[in-house]
Design a protein around this ligand. Sequence first.
Ligand code: COS
Length: 385
Amino acid sequence: MNYFLTEEQQMIKDMARQIAREKIRPVAAEYDEKGIFPTDIVKIMAESDLFRVFIPEEYDGFGGGMFEMALVVEELSRECGGISLAYAASGLGTIPIILFGSDEQKKKYLPRLAAGETLAAFALTEAGAGSDAAAIKTTAAADGDEYVLDGTKQWITNGGEAEIYTVIALTDPNRGARGSSAILVEKGTAGFDFGKKEDKMGIRASATRELVFDRCRVPKTNLLGREGMGFLVAMKTLDQSRPGVAAQALGIAQGALDAAVAYSRERVQFGKPISAFQGVQFMLADMATQVEASRALTYQVAKNIDAEEKGVSGISAMAKVMASDTAMKVTTDAVQILGGYGYMKEYPVEKRMRDAKITQIYEGTNQIQREVIALHLIKESVRGR
Ligand code: COS
C-alpha cells in the first residue's frame, strides 16, 4: 500500500532497507546463534546517518520523529529483530532526553547520539518491578550536589553497550511512584557496573544485561525534569516508544510473510506449487491483511505522536498490541507454511517466530497494553466524548 512518504522519508526507508539486505541478512543467523552484539552494523548505521532521523535539527539531527524512527526499525527488523534492536533501544533511551532534557543536557548528549558515536538505554525494570513499574526499589539519595544510586536494574536492552542510561530511581522512597526521578548515568561512572548477560530465546544479537549501582555518585545536574517526575518520564517515554516496538514487530512479520510467499511458490507437492492450494492461499491472505492493517495503524499513531497530539497512551498501546500479536501469528503461520523446513534452523522463519515473541512482552506486556487501552476508553466515556 502507498503511504505517500516524502522524498526524505523514502530515502531513509531505502537506506535502512539496503543496510538490512546487504549487511544484516548475511550475518543474522550467525549473530543470533552466537549472541553477537552487532557493533559493526551499528557503525554502518551511524555512517549512514540513521541515528539522526529522529533527533531535532538543532542537535545535529534531521528533525524527524517517531515516524521516521519506525520506518528504519521496520526495515532493519525485516532481516533481524535482534540486530535492529540496538538501534530501536537506543531510540528508547534517547526519547526521555528529547522530551525532558534541559538545553544543556540536550547539547551534551544528543549530538553524540545523533552521530551514532554512542548508544543510549532506558532503565526502568527491576526483578520485582516489571508490569508494576511503580514498585521499583533502586534509590537515588541526595547528598550535597550529587545523587547516590543503589540498586539493580534488570533486562536492560543495550546494557553494557550503551554509554548513556536514563535510570528511574527513588529520590523519595516514601512517596512511591511520585517519589521517583529520572537520572542520566554514564557508563564508566564509579559504582556503576554490569551484571550477567542474558541467554535469550530470541533477539539474541541484542545485549540484555543487569545494571548494578553500588554507591554510584552522579551530579544533580543529571536529573531529567524535576525530582518526583520519574514515573511521568517513564510513562511518557513509553507512550512514544511503543510504536517503535510495533515497527519492529511489523518488520519481523513482513520478513516472515516474504519468506512464506517465496517458499510457497517453490515448494511442489501433489504436482503443484503449494501456493496453488487454497488452504495455503487463505493463510497468506490473512497474514498479508494483518500485516498491512498493523502497518497502517503503526504509521498513523507515530504521525499523531510527532504532531504532539495529547493523550496518545491508548492509540500507542493499540499499535503495539496489534503489531506484536500480528507478528506472533504471522511468524507462527510462516513456520506452518514451510512445514518441516520451517522448524529447522537452516530456514529463516523459526528465528522470526522466536524474535516475535518478545514484542508481546517487553515495553509493557500486551495485557498491560490492553489495560491502558481500556482505561483510556473508560476515561473518554466519563468525559462524554
Ligand atoms: N502519561 C502520563 N501520566 C501517566 C501515564 C501516562 N501514560 N500513565 C499513568 N500516568 C500517571 C497517572 O495519571 C497517575 O498520576 P496521579 O498520581 O497524578 O493520579 C500516576 O501516573 C500513576 O498512575 P497509575 O495509578 O495508573 O499507575 P499504576 O501503578 O497503576 O500503573 C501502568 C500504570 C500499569 C500503566 C504502568 O505501571 C505501566 O505502564 N506498566 C508497564 C511498564 C512497562 O512498560 N514496563 C516495561 C519495561 S520498560 S522498557
